[in-house]
Design a binder for this molecule. Structure first.
Ligand SMILES: C[S@@+](CC[C@H](N)C(=O)[O-])C[C@H]1O[C@@H](n2cnc3c(N)ncnc32)[C@H](O)[C@@H]1O
Length: 299
């Protein structure tokens, strides 16, 4: 088949851009450039590139657990202003300055663990209202027969919902249960704050480049910021999800000429259909229509 036109992990790349589209809307709360960004930039800093270029964020901190090779991470920073801190997030997060509005993306490659949930507690208990937390987790099911035990050992048996059976933890079931656990943890932590803070979820996305993955993101709100957060009108974005029903992101595999052919028919008028090139299914065309604005531009 002809060369596909996508970057290495196309679904992940799309979720990054969807996230940035959400963040743009924070301007009703404060200029996005007034926020600090805290993330895990790894070696490529793809998220840092975006938040700096698209939102103008200047104060950026990357936490890197691979402390033995931290010089390499520091050398690969796309901007000298990114501070790279070596160590586990569990050690670094409590030491950061949380006195300004923050956007925090804990972009794990692992499934949910007690350490992940403790990181979420650390951040959710400190974020100023109007701040954003996003969490990416691996959601790939374990082998049948090992699923419940693996989840219980990862997060603690008391956190695992009773309905989490071997069958339910297959397919996207682990993602759903991790969402439930994450949601319960956030609500519990926020309810312990003195400022009546609540969690307002904006993203709940399932996607798959290799392993099944999920991203959940939301804003910490309290009575003083509620109206400003309403003014962000996140729900105007059709990929926003406020509840447990996740958006299942699909990036259809199309060649450069196939994408180019479709692009020449875009934007499409409401109710009008696109004419696909030979062999491209209507389902792929529909999926393409949903996400083409979030793919890298054609050369
Ligand atoms: C998925 S990559 C980050 C990718 C990047 N955010 C992006 O948008 O492409 C995860 C990075 O975080 C680091 N990491 C994962 N878990 C961590 C933890 N608990 N504490 C510190 N670093 C962690 C890994 O070493 C890796 O470099």
């Amino acid at each position: 088949m002809a060369r596909m036109s996508y970057e290495l992990r196309p679904s992940k790349a799309v979720t990054r851009r969807l996230f940035v589209d959400v963040l743009r809307r924070l301007s009703a709360v404060a200029a996005p450039s007034d926020y600090q960004y805290v993330g895990f930039g790894a070696l490529e800093f793809a998220d840092f590139e975006l938040v700096h270029r698209q939102l103008g964020i200047a104060k950026m901190t990357s936490i890197e657990g691979d402390a033995a090779h931290v010089e390499r991470y520091i050398w690969n920073r796309p901007y000298g202003g990114i501070e790279v801190l070596a160590g586990r997030a569990s050690t670094i997060l409590p030491s950061l300055d949380w006195s300004q509005l923050s956007i925090v993306w804990l972009d794990y490659t692992s499934t949910q663990t007690a350490e992940v949930l403790a990181d979420i507690d650390t951040v959710a208990s400190r974020l100023l209202p109007g701040s954003v937390l996003a969490v990416t987790l691996n959601a790939h099911p374990q082998k049948l027969g090992e699923r419940v035990a693996a989840l219980e050992s990862a997060v603690g048996a008391d956190r695992v919902p009773l309905e989490a059976s071997e069958a339910r933890l297959g397919q996207w079931g682990l993602a759903d249960v991790q969402w439930e656990i994450l949601n319960a943890e956030l609500r519990r932590t926020l309810s312990e704050r003195a400022d009546s803070a609540v969690w307002r979820q904006v993203l709940n996305i399932h996607y798959q480049d290799a392993a099944r993955m999920q991203i959940v993101a939301g804003v910490v709100s309290n009575p003083a910021t509620e109206r400003l957060i309403d003014q962000c009108r996140f729900s105007d974005l059709d990929f926003v999800r406020a509840g447990s029903d996740a958006l299942r992101l699909k990036v259809p595999l199309l060649t450069l000429p196939e994408r180019s052919w479709l692009n020449r028919q875009l934007p499409v008028a409401a109710g009008a259909a696109l004419d696909p090139s030979p062999g491209v299914s209507e389902a792929d065309v529909a999926a393409y229509l949903d996400i083409y604005r979030y793919l890298e531009a054609l050369p």
